[in-house]
Design a binder for this molecule. Structure first.
Ligand SMILES: Nc1ncnc2c1ncn2[C@@H]1O[C@H](COP(=O)(O)OP(=O)(O)OP(=O)(O)O)[C@@H](O)[C@H]1O
Ligand SMILES: [Mg+2]
Length: 496
């Protein structure tokens, strides 16, 4: 084994934030090296330093033993280092093929002097790379028409067209379904075999133990440890991340479940939802399982007025609940935490304080006039419990780390104390400690009589938290399971 990349003594600060302090990491050729740490620990910042998005204040980077400087993303690309971003950097109106070779198209001279893009060469190369990665995506498809998983694969393929030797994957599985994760891991295995080295960030412990060779833990921007994955336990790893031992990760509180409070009958919307009926009881955590695209989010959006359904009825506390807007839903006590925090929920160019007070929920809701000050205090309490890492309330939300943005969103929804809380992927990108805290809070709110609908692709979370579970597929309800009947196999069997 030989070291391909080495970082030493890396420092990086932002106004009011010390993001990296004397950080170090070493990457061997052909290894998959996981990087772990709590939300805001500095993982993404470190990757951005390696790829020239940020310039370190201090520190050295060595590639194959030689000291290098990376001033901008193009330097990194030129040296064979590529990052696969969560929100892809692809041009969505261009085809897959055009994206792969954007800016470095192979050319060929005709009649000895005119330079032409060499399409046959491009197609040949693209096909080779796709075959190597084990993926099958039409080269003439518009990127816009692809799902998240395919876009990610195109990004990886694009990196290879540049001859990348080091790939950086920052939470690549956060928005993937189980099946897509398997496909990605298969591709990763092929890359490793070919000697490509990877830095891999994830909050999912089971993944790290499955695919990593080594792991480096970072806490508050500082290096804690590097270890072989075989030499460390999950408990140890978490202890290194949080600086103390953690106990039960999925606390399920026994709750006295009451009468049905929300009834959905025969809900339909063309091409999206077809004849869905279910009930949610008071104090119940009602899980919804299914693959991406099964219609779970659309179902939630129809219930809370963000989308219109064509047929069917919703009733709430025995009254028709046909809200025309989300505002009306909030006023009646139904709050939705969207899986897309930037679409509904957070206004990222604004400060935390503005998001606590001015943002959608409060600006539009009558509830806010009643108890505005008190609620802001409660949001603050929840943010502290979840450990939101920010210098102060005047910090711009966009500058928070991904997981910390999610915590602010969840804190706001919890503090609204709705009668029904609909959570769509509530802990995506959230670190293990804060995730357990969110689960604890949700359980306690259910105990106090709140009803919760939880949509999640995180199977341990869904099985651990739900009292009852509905499985949907292609917009249809496949069935319901009682907690005593839960198993991962059953749910997958129904969802696939
Ligand atoms: N552009 C920026 N301006 C100001 N502060 C920033 C900026 N980018 C990151 N930070 C801060 O640097 C710290 C480290 O953030 P980073 O995104 O690296 O965390 P992370 O480990 O990737 O967390 P997560 O698991 O939530 O993604 C955080 O406190 C964050 O708020
Ligand atoms: Mg991050």
């Amino acid at each position: 084994m030989s070291t391909i990349l080495k970082l030493e003594n890396i420092h990086k600060s932002f106004p009011g934030v010390r993001a990296l302090y004397n950080m170090q990491i070493e990457l061997e050729k052909g290894e998959l090296h996981a990087v772990c740490g709590e939300n805001g620990a500095g993982k993404s910042t470190l990757m951005k330093v390696i790829t020239g998005v940020y310039k370190a204040d201090k520190g050295d980077i060595y590639l194959n033993g030689e000291k290098i400087t990376i001033k901008e993303p193009n330097d990194a690309y030129g040296k064979g280092i590529a990052i696969i971003f969560q929100e892809t950097s692809l041009f969505k109106d261009l085809t897959v093929l055009e994206n792969l070779f954007m800016g470095h198209e192979p050319t060929r001279k005709t009649l000895g002097f005119v330079n032409h893009i060499d399409y046959p060469a491009m197609i040949k190369k693209a096909k080779e790379i796709f075959a190597f990665l084990g993926i099958d995506i039409p080269l003439d498809a518009k990127v816009d028409s692809l799902g998240v998983a395919s876009k990610q694969m195109v990004e990886i393929a694009k990196a290879l067209t540049y001859g990348a030797k080091i790939l950086i994957l920052d939470e690549p599985t956060a928005a993937l379904t189980n099946k897509e994760v398997r496909a990605l891991f298969d591709t990763i295995a092929r890359l490793k075999k070919d000697g490509i080295s990877m830095l891999y960030i994830s909050h999912r412990m089971e993944e790290i133990f499955e695919i990593a060779d080594r792991v480096t833990v970072i806490r508050d921007g500082e290096f804690v440890k590097t270890a072989n994955i075989g030499d460390v336990t999950e408990k140890q790893l978490i202890a290194w991340m949080v600086g103390r031992e953690m106990d039960d990760l999925y606390p399920k509180v026994e709750v006295q479940i009451g009468k049905p409070i929300l009834k959905v009958e025969h809900l339909s919307k063309r091409n999206v939802l077809s004849d869905i009926s279910f009930e949610v009881k008071q104090g119940e955590i009602f899980g919804i399982a299914g693959l991406a695209g099964a219609g779970r989010t659309e179902l939630a959006e129809c219930i809370c007025g963000l989308m219109k359904h064509e047929e069917g009825n919703v009733s709430f506390l025995d009254q028709p609940f046909n809200v025309k807007s989300y505002r009306e839903a909030i006023d009646k006590g139904v709050v939705y935490v969207s899986e897309d925090r930037k679409k509904y929920g957070l206004i990222v160019p604004m400060t935390i304080k503005e998001n606590m007070t001015l943002s959608v929920l409060y600006k539009i809701s009558k509830m806010s006039f009643v108890n505005f000050k008190k609620e802001k205090g409660i949001i603050g309490d929840y943010m502290r419990k979840l450990g939101v890492k920010a210098p102060n309330e005047d910090f711009i939300v966009d500058n928070l780390s991904g997981g910390n943005q999610q915590k602010v969103l969840v804190a706001k929804a919890l503090a609204a104390a709705p009668k029904i809380l609909i959570l769509d992927e509530p802990t995506r990108g959230v670190d293990v400690g804060a995730k357990a805290e969110i689960h604890r809070i949700i359980s306690n709110l259910a105990k106090e009589g709140m009803s919760i609908i939880m949509i999640s692709s995180d199977m341990p979370e869904l099985l651990g938290m739900s009292d009852r579970l509905m499985v949907v597929k292609h917009g249809k309800k496949i069935g319901e399971l009682e907690r005593s009947d839960f198993s991962q196999e059953k749910v997958l069997e129904m969802a696939l």
